[in-house]
Write a protein that binds this ligand. Structure first.
Ligand code: PEP
Length: 256
């Protein structure tokens, strides 16, 4: 890992209930302790628990984010949550384009680009997820798919906007499956993304953007994955609800 500050996100998906969410938050904050200074950690609880988790996180140095946001800033959009509402509850980030939304809800690249722009307009840090399916990997087009997704999500953004964003490479076949990409596979996708940022913007920006890996990261494999030179931390699903596992992953990001 370079001198980029490592980043670890905890995506709780649609798990848990209110009391458990607050308990996990308290325990995560205690378990991560001082490591929270050396690694940027953000929790992404389900929307209904955002405020309670935000209250529990207050002043502990761990960030709060939404698992999605509307592409609209306000208005008649039933069931959606605007980026400003996330910010209003103390959130500073939003996951955009998670594969469970791309695939279950059919979110296309253009919608993901609009959500990224909306998040930035509300001063949220977008954590933009990209990644190929197993079919695309087997067809030998994994890197082309990821490149297309990155180009689409960043369309029209300034270098300064991209500089505040985080990109998450999450091969779909590795999410929630217990199968992880090898550090070499992760590195080749991350290095392609970084080169693309250099081509679209400049080398200084490319060198500064955090590109994190997601897909069955756990305490046992985090250090190896994070040791790849262009892997700047992780987006953690299942293991983010296990306090000790998550804290170990955060510490692995610091030591990588
Ligand atoms: C995720 O939800 O982004 C994820 C990577 O999940 P898991 O760690 O469970 O594979």
């Amino acid at each position: 890992m370079s001198n980029r500050r490592p980043y670890v996100g905890g995506n709780w998906k649609m798990h848990g209930e209110l009391a458990g969410a607050v308990e996990v938050t308290d325990n995560v904050a205690a378990a991560i302790g001082e490591a929270a200074e050396a690694v940027e950690v953000t929790l992404f609880p389900p929307f209904p628990y955002l405020q309670a988790v935000g209250d529990a996180l207050r002043q502990c140095g761990i960030g709060l984010g939404g698992q999605d946001c509307s592409p609209h800033l306000e208005g008649a959009h039933t069931g959606q949550t605007s980026p400003a509402m996330i910010a209003d509850l103390g959130g500073s980030a939003a996951l955009i384009g998670h594969s469970e939304r791309r695939n279950e809800l059919g979110e296309p690249d253009a919608l993901i680009a609009a959500k990224t722009r909306a998040a930035l307009a509300a001063s949220l840090q977008p954590v933009v997820c990209v990644g190929e399916t197993m079919g695309e990997r087997e067809a030998g087009i994994a890197l082309q798919v990821v490149e297309r997704q990155v180009r689409a999500a960043l369309e029209g953004l300034s270098g300064a906007q991209v500089g505040t964003s985080v990109l998450a490479y999450e091969p779909v076949w590795a999410i929630g499956t217990g199968i992880t990409a090898t550090p070499d596979d992760a590195q080749s996708a991350h290095s392609m993304i970084r080169s693309l940022l250099g081509e679209l913007y400049d080398d200084e920006l490319a060198d500064s953007v955090r590109i994190i890996y997601g897909g069955s990261v756990k305490a046992a494999n985090a250090a190896e994955l994070f040791s790849a030179p262009d892997v700047d931390g992780g987006l953690i699903g299942g293991a983010s609800l296990k306090v000790d596992e998550f804290a170990s992953i955060c510490r692995a990001a610091v030591s990588a």
